[in-house]
Design a protein around this ligand. Structure first.
Ligand code: PDD
Length: 277
């Protein structure tokens, strides 16, 4: 069959992307981004567990167990002879089938994963980054690591155009998370962050942070902070697999405290580095 590709008519089989793929047409799939340090995955088990939670939540079945997916990812690393820092992008969609909103009956999930280089951004970690705030206009199941990222993409672009690193998202003034990371506020020695309800992604680095704070005996309070609280914050930081523990030193053009990365952010970043090694 002939199809239209960009402005050329080409044979369907020569398309460079899969024909009628539900990830492309509906965003009907989920994904993971897993960090690699010197050729080894970091927090692999947490990511695989979350992948299976996401799959279950959108009722995608794959013919692999957690152990089998883990082994496939380890094999991918070996076959690529990865020895440096990087990340793997893993995506699972409901598959390819004639376009229809309802689940197709005889389709198998499409799974793909690839590894790319990812250098650590030491500059950002040492000096901190700036952020802007945006209304969180996403759906009510943000605990699913869904391919539907349009609100996240739009928010990140606003941040980028403001010369900032991230967009802090809020629902009626209560901060949920960032466009592609979790966010935390420090006040009087305690850390505040949104509880892991269905409204945010339960970050794997956040899970690691929850371990670190126990050792460091830093109170970790799962309570959403507000935009007003940011004005009074001692520190603000974000976490993600690609950003690690990253201080936020300015929000909407206003400095956080003295505009320098704070001691708790720095301690957690050190704990992260030790844990990832
Ligand atoms: N993003 N919240 C959102 C909305 C995210 O997209 C991410 C990760 C996180 C942090 O999750 P973790 O600690 O497991 O990386 C929180 C990845 C990195 C991405 O989309 O590229």
């Amino acid at each position: 069959p002939v199809v239209l590709s960009q402005t050329k008519f080409v044979h369907r089989d020569s398309l460079k992307y899969p024909f009628e793929e539900r990830g492309l047409q509906f965003g009907d799939g989920v994904y993971e981004v897993i960090r690699i340090y010197q050729g080894e995955y970091y927090l692999l088990e947490e990511h695989v567990d979350r992948l299976f939670r996401s799959l279950k939540a959108i009722k995608i079945k794959i013919p692999y167990s957690k152990v089998e997916i883990t082994n496939l990812l380890l094999d991918l690393l070996k076959r690529n002879k990865v020895t440096e820092d990087g990340k793997v992008y893993l995506q699972v969609t409901r598959g390819s089938a004639a376009r229809d909103h309802a689940f197709p009956e005889h389709t198998t999930a499409n799974i793909y994963a690839y590894i790319t280089k990812q250098h650590r951004n030491i500059e950002n970690i040492q000096h901190g980054v700036c952020a802007i705030t945006q209304a969180d206009i996403r759906w009510e199941k943000c605990f699913i690591k869904s391919l539907n990222l349009l609100p996240n993409v739009m928010a990140k672009q606003v941040a980028k155009e403001a010369g900032c690193y991230e967009a802090i998202l809020h629902k009626n003034g209560r901060v949920t998370e960032c466009s592609s990371s979790n966010v935390y506020l420090v006040k009087d020695g305690s850390i505040y962050t949104h509880p892991t309800t269905e409204n945010i992604l339960h970050g794997c680095v956040r899970m690691a942070v929850e371990r670190f704070v126990k050792n460091l005996e830093i109170p970790f309070i799962e309570k959403a902070f507000t935009l007003d609280d940011i004005d009074e914050a001692d520190e603000l930081f974000l976490t993600s697999s690609t950003s690690e523990v990253l201080p936020i030193i300015q929000v909407d053009g206003k400095m956080i405290a003295d505009g320098q990365p704070g001691p708790i952010s720095n301690k957690l970043q050190k704990a992260y580095e030790q844990d990832a090694n």
